[in-house]
Every structure is written in C-alpha cells, then in structure tokens.
Design a protein around this ligand. Structure first.
Ligand code: PEP
Ligand code: MG
Length: 837
C-alpha cells in the first residue's frame, strides 16, 4: 500500500526544521545558512518521512531532485536527534551515470570522472543493492574499472546499473531508512541512550565536489586539539594535485613538516578560521566543519560538534563560559559526570593498539602497565626493586593489602563490584579488574591462562585498562591525569550550585589527602580496620586475637592505641575542620588471620606458638557465614575492649588535634552492623564513660556525635527507636543490598552476568542502587528516623554513594550527603550540580 511522500523541506533560513523532527544535522545546516555561511543546497527529510519510506512509502524523488537543477549530483547523510546514536553511512555522488560520466570527462578529465563513477557504483552495489563487495574490489583493479564494475553489477543482479538519478535516489533513501530500523542498529543506539522510537532524518545535499581548475579540494578543520583541548587549528586538506589528478594532503595551519593551506592559500585559510569563530560564538560550541573548495570557492558541507576527549570537553566548556558564550551552569551541563573519571587517572590512550588478553568487571578505572606477580610478597619485592607490577590473585584478602598498596593495578579471577579487591582498589585509585571470566589463575605455577589458552607468566608485561575492564598484552601508550585549571574552575562552579554534601570514604591519612585533593566536604566513612593492615600493626592485631586472657588482650590493644591515635590526629589535621566520621571496627576477626598452611606456619613462628594452637584458633574463629556472623557491633558487644581502645584513640586525638588547630574538633563515631536499639545503648554507655575518662585525664572538654550505620534490614525498619540514640544515620548500602537480597557481595559476581542477561536484575544491584527494594528500605528508614528525631543527619556511605543515580535518589529523599571513594568525589560533585540546575 505505497503512498506518495510529500514531507521534504528545502532548508532555508525560515523553513520549519527542528532537531525533534528533522535531526541535528539538518538543524545545524539551517543554522549555518542563517549565519550566512556558504553551504550547498540541501533538502531535509523528516523522521516521519523516513519512517514512511522504511515502511514501503515511495518518495517522489523526481520532484525532490528538481530542487537541485537539471543534472544534479547529490549526497545523502543521516540526521538523527543525537549524532552519538549512529546511523547509516553517507552515500555520495548519486546521479552519476554513463551520460554524466561522459559529460564530466569533458570538464574535469576522464580520470576524475571515472574515479567518481567507480566509487559510486561500488557504494551503490555494496550499501544499497547489498551485493558482495568482492567482485567490485576486483573490478577496481581491472584495466577498465568502470566497465568492469558495471559488468559485475549486471552479473550479480541480472539488471543493468540503474541510470535514472530519481531511481538511484529512491533506492538510497529506502536502504538508509531500512538500515535504521534494523534490529542491530536499534540495539546499538539504545545502548547509547537512544529511546526506542528514536527517529532518523536524512539530508539530501547538492554535491560540491571540490574539483576543477584553480584551488580545489576538500577537507575537515577544527580549532582545537581533540585530545588536549588546546586551541590549535587541526584537520586535513586534500588538495587537488597540481600534477595530474592526484590529490596532495597538506596541513591546514603552518607546519614544519610540510606545506600548509595557511601558507599556500591564506585567504581561504582565513575564511575557514573566520567561519569556525562565528560557529563558536553563535552555535556556542567548538565545531568541526567539512568543506570543499571548487576553483577557489568555499562550501561548508556539514558542521558537527568536535568529538573530543573529556579533558578537552572540560577545557572547551570552561573557555566558552569564560568568554561569556555560555553561562557557568550551561558549561556544567555540557560535561557528563561519569566521564570525569577519565581525567582523574592515568588512562590508556584511546588511540593505542589493543591486544586484549582478558575481560572482566571494570571495578576501578585508570590504566597501568607492569610485570605480573602472583602474591603480595612478590609485589613487595618488585616494588623494592622499583619495578612496576600488576598483582594477580584468585581473590584478595586483607593479607594482600600490603601487596595492593605497592602494585600498579590488580586483577582477580573472582569477585564483583563490592568485593574486597574492588573496594580497596577504588580507594587506592588503582586500576582493577575483578571477575575476569574464563581466566584461570594458578598462584602455584604463577601463571594465568586466558580463555583462548594463552599463558602469561610471572614477569610478563601486561597493561590493565580498569576503565574498560580489559587487560592488554605488553606496554601501551598512556595519557596523564588532568587536574588542571579548567577542571578546578568547573568544580568550583559545581560547588556553587549543588545542594547535597559529597564526602569521601577515606581510611588512612593517604586517602584523606586524596579526599582533600578532590575537595570532599569531609570524610563520611573511615573504615578503621584498614588502619590495621600494615605489617607491623597486623602483627599486634594478631597478638590481640590470640590473647588468652583479658590482660594479654589489653596489652595488645595498648600497643594499637597510639598507632590509631596518630592516624586520627593526622586525619583531623588533613581535613582541617571538615567533619570526619569514624566507623568502629567492623570485619570478622578471621580476616586478620592467614587462611593457608604456609601462612599459619609463619604466624606460629612469629608468635612463638605451636602450629596446632594457631590452627585451633583459626578454626575456632571460622564461621559458616562470616558476613552474617561475629562482626560489627556484635564484636563490639562481646569484646568491648576493642571499641574502648578505638574510642579512646579518637578522643585523645580530638584533644590533641583541637589544641593544635586552636579550634574544637568534633569527631563523628559510627557503629556498624546494628540491628537492635539495645546494641546502640550498650556501646553508647561505654563510649560515654571513655569520653568522661579522657575529659578527666586531659582536663579538656570536647563533644562528639554518635551515629549508626543502617546496613541490616532490621535497622532500617527500627530506625525510629535507633535514631533516639543517634545524631546521624548512615546507610551502608553494600551490606544492606547484600542482606536485602540475601546475596553474597563477595560471590555474586559468579552469576551476576547470567542474572542481568536474563533480566532477573536490570543491573548488578551492588553497582547501581536497587531503588525498588533497597531504596524502599532507605526511604522507610529515613522517614522513621526523622519522625523520631527531626534533626537526624542522613547519608549513604556504601559504594553506591558515588553514582549519579544514587545521588539523585538521595537528593530527592532529602538526605544531607553521600560518601564515596575519593576518586569518585569530582563525579559526585558534578552530578549533584546537574541535579540542582
Ligand atoms: C556498607 O556496607 O555499605 C559499608 C559502607 O560498609 P562496608 O562496605 O565496609 O561493609
Ligand atoms: Mg558494611
């Protein structure tokens, strides 16, 4: 039931052309025309028209072509609402046929005319008639390529090559319209954020071939470097060769490497730069323009926003705002928050060659190259020789921390987004791949065997691209991080508009310095157990765990006390008056003990104990479900001496830091894994008595704020009565997700892929907050907490805290802040600003 298509529009300054109906390219061409920039005559087909064509509608292409004069040659290009959604490739020189070829041979020479015709036959055969490319590639090598290509076309289709320009155009339009509606094209653009019903417009444009006597050629030009954003004219100009028909490629701006347009055709160069300046001011964007020159006459065929790196995009947006072309708020909206991670880390050069050896979950961004090592000890040895290394483990345990600290990147065979390796790596800002599927790690043989059977050994050079979740063989070119002036300016603008706090999860003074660098509004979660992972401290910790009696345990704790105190003094000093929220000890004790025989023997030796006693103690501490067992406040209630020591260290540090700063420090102390009000009461009583003792001993008064981590479903449900004892509630969405789903955060990586692929979960709930389930507990807990205590401070400190989606959720729910790993802080600050604009 074919219909006759009416809906095409000659683009003039006043024609009705909108991005919404005709796509970005059509609209941009209209803007160029309005700015008086020379552009070839162009007709736009609306989304509706193109959809009709895909459905079998027949456009009146004879009428369409009549807009272009008697014997036109035209091009067709896609025009979707967003250029990132892709689209079919352009088809050029429609209208070429035997007659036109003969005609052009007379004006441009046979070689040029036949080259154009050949290219068109090839494009038409492959893209439009969908024929096998091979015969046409062979034809190009023949003595008479055009004749050979025409013959190949006839042999493949049993029809002569279409000579009627209107027929050619109709077929091109039909093929492009249908390509857009194909399943793979649709999936691809949806993955890039296009809505299901995203439309395609097409623009039909008079060819301005860039041929003829005098200065002729074609090229692209932009005014910035696409990687750095520096102002610098780049691009290329293919100039019709002075000798014969061959074209020379010359530089645009003056260049020591060879001839340039600036030197050889300065007027043309000035004209182009002038056009780019006009585009920048009036289109409010750095544009890249495609142009042709025919006998000295310039035509701009198309203009698109320069496709540039995030670093360049930040520089461009800030410069546009500083020049008064954009408002600072518009500049903020130009930058996608997540893309900032690209600036904060060393990055694998996107232009680099990639020999991918394994893929996994992209657990922590950035790029690093090093030699493979398979144990923390080997990593330390490597570091002591100043050899960069990549630590590979099946999964990591606290024993590996010292290795992680000195490694350049981490790969684990197992684990998901919140596994130990992933969390630590993000905190340290190290590139990390976890759950590397299909990989076999043998720590004994010190090898990894990839899915395809390639074997890599200790000492082999490998590059980790943590942003892509891929490891590459060998060393690969890198780009440095870019916390430059424009970045800082953009962040300052973000802080001026955002209305939710962004704190950092920072466990050690090093982390705190990172938090300061990224200008967090304080520390939202200091996981104090991470302070015990240094070798010397780990030993004392182990002595504490092995203590037979309270006196011995106290002796070990007395040794830990000054170490913790020093850390806290440092944290308070670095954060200089910003809030610091310290979480009391959380993990099960067995995490501090070795898990294999070799480790236990080492421990027996250093503790001067029989091995049997070590194994007995390890066994005694082992639990079937350690994440649901003796950890968090449960340890605090049953072994209160640990919390006593920590709290004393915090208060003594408070006194010391307040004296040093000359201003009162008010620490925030947070209790993990609470599920009952009584737990809070028990801990609070002891904290208050330690506070009283320290006040007495030092003769100095101080305040502190007590808070509770809401990370069990019961704590969310009972938030009302819990808030009666808590000045703040911080939702630990890692554990809360684990417990709401009954899903182990350390093991879920094994089947998460299958679950997401089958649509059981939209996304990994450890990665992106489950608004429906976990989110409901957040809202319920917030509401009940607030009802009991209207001034209660609310926050999220799980790994979700740094994701723009969680920030939006928390802001809507009126939370005070989110806390995320230091490297996520800039992303979170910008995301929060976007929400407030
Ligand atoms: C949490 O559970 O969300 C949390 C922040 O604590 P951890 O990740 O240390 O268990
Ligand atoms: Mg937790």
């Amino acid at each position: 039931n074919p219909c006759v298509l009416k809906d095409f529009t000659l683009i003039t300054p006043t024609a009705e052309v909108r991005v919404r109906t005709h796509g970005g390219r059509a609209k941009c061409l209209q803007r160029l025309i309005r700015l008086g920039i020379p552009t070839p005559r162009t007709v736009a087909l609306s989304f509706e028209a193109v959809h009709e064509i895909a459905e079998g509608g027949r456009p009146d292409t004879s009428r369409l072509l009549s807009a272009f004069g008697r014997t036109p040659l035209v091009s067709v290009r896609p025009s979707s609402a967003d250029p990132d959604w892709g689209g079919p490739g352009a088809v050029l020189n429609i209208g070429m046929n035997d007659e036109r070829c003969a005609e052009l041979s007379r004006t441009l020479g046979k070689d040029v005319a036949e080259a154009i015709y050949l290219k068109f036959i090839q494009a038409y055969a492959i893209e439009v008639a969908r024929l096998d490319p091979e015969p046409f590639e062979e034809a190009a090598e023949a003595d008479h390529p055009v004749q050979a290509a025409l013959a190949a076309y006839e042999a493949e289709t049993d029809e002569g090559f279409p000579q009627d320009p209107a027929h050619q155009l109709a077929e091109v339009l039909r093929s492009m319209a249908r390509a857009w509606e194909g399943v793979s094209a649709r999936l691809l653009r949806q993955a890039r954020g296009a809505p299901i019903d995203a439309g395609l417009g097409l623009v039909v444009q008079d060819m301005a071939p860039g041929l003829g006597a005098g200065e002729s050629g074609s090229g692209v030009i932009r005014m910035i470097d696409r990687i750095t954003g520096e102002r610098q004219v780049t691009g290329r100009y293919k100039r019709k060769g002075r000798s014969g028909s061959k074209r020379d490629i010359i530089y645009l701006a003056r260049d020591p490497r060879g001839p340039s347009m600036e030197q050889e055709a300065p007027a043309l160069y000035e004209e182009l730069v002038g056009i780019l300046e006009v585009c920048r001011r009036r289109l409010r964007e750095e544009m890249e323009i495609k142009f042709t020159v025919s006998q000295g006459n310039l035509m701009v065929l198309d203009a698109v926003k320069v496709d540039c790196s995030t670093r360049a995009a930040v520089k461009v947006a800030v410069a546009l705002a500083e020049d008064g072309i954009l408002t600072p708020q518009e500049a903020l909206l130009r930058i996608e928050p997540m893309s900032l991670t690209e600036l904060l880390h060393t990055q694998v050069d996107p232009a680099a060659k990639r020999d991918v050896i394994l893929k996994g979950i992209a657990a922590s961004p950035g790029g690093a190259t090093g030699q493979l090592v398979f144990s923390a000890r080997a990593a330390q040895t490597s570091a002591s020789h100043e050899i960069p290394c990549i630590l590979v483990r099946r999964e990591t345990t606290p024993d590996d921390i010292r290795g992680m600290h000195v490694a350049q990147a981490i790969i684990t065979e197992r684990g998901g987004m919140t596994s130990h390796a992933a969390v630590i790596a993000r905190g340290l800002g190290l590139p990390c791949i976890v759950g590397a599927s299909g990989l076999t790690v043998s720590t004994r043989d010190k090898t990894i065997t990839t899915k395809t059977g390639r074997i890599f050994r200790e000492g082999d050079l490998v590059t980790v691209d943590g942003s892509a979740g891929e490891a590459l063989a060998g060393a690969v070119p890198m780009l440095d991080p870019a916390l430059d002036g424009p970045f800082r300016t953009l962040m300052r603008w973000a802080d001026e508009v955002r209305d939710i706090g962004i704190r950092a999860n920072a466990d050690t003074p090093d982390d705190a310095r990172m938090a300061e660098t990224f200008e967090a509004d304080g520390i939202g979660l200091c996981r104090t157990e991470h302070m015990f992972f240094e070798p010397a401290r780990l030993m004392v910790m182990r002595e504490m765990i092995f203590a037979d009696c309270e006196t011995d345990r106290q002796a070990a704790l007395d040794q830990l006390l000054p170490m913790q105190r020093e850390d806290f003094v440092e944290l308070f000093r670095i954060m200089a008056g910003e809030p610091v929220c310290i979480r009391l000890f959380d993990p099960p004790l067995h995490e501090f003990l070795p898990s294999d025989r070799e480790g236990m023997m080492g421990l027996a030796e250093s503790l001067d104990m029989p091995l049997s006693r070590v194994t007995r103690r390890v066994e005694a501490l082992s639990e079937f479900n350690p994440m649901l067992g003796m950890r968090g406040v449960r340890l605090g209630v049953t072994m209160p001496e640990i919390y006593d020591m920590q709290v004393r260290a915090i208060f003594e540090a408070t006194v010391q830091a307040s004296r040093q700063a000359g201003a009162a420090v008010v620490p925030e102390i947070m209790i993990p894994l609470v599920s009952a009000k009584r737990e809070v009461e028990l801990v609070k009583t002891r904290i208050d008595s330690v506070a009283a003792a320290v006040r007495n001993e030092t003769g100095q008064s101080f305040d502190y704020r007590l808070g509770v981590m809401v990370e069990t479903p019961r704590a969310a449900l009972r938030a009302g009565e819990i808030a009666a004892h808590a000045a703040f509630l911080s939702f630990g969405t890692n554990d809360l997700t684990q417990m709401t789903y009954g899903l182990s955060r350390d093991d879920a990586g094994r089947f998460m892929g299958t679950y997401v692929n089958n649509g059981v979960f939209h996304e990994d709930p450890f990665h992106s907050l489950d608004r429906e389930g976990v989110g409901e507990l957040l809202l319920l807990g917030a509401e009940r907490g607030r009802k009991a205590r209207p001034d209660v401070t609310l926050s999220v400190c799980g790994e979700h805290g740094g994701s723009p989606d969680t920030i939006a959720f928390c802001r809507d729910a009126g939370f005070d802040y989110v806390s995320c790993s230091p490297y996520r802080v800039p992303v979170a600050r910008l995301a929060a600003a976007h929400l407030a604009i």
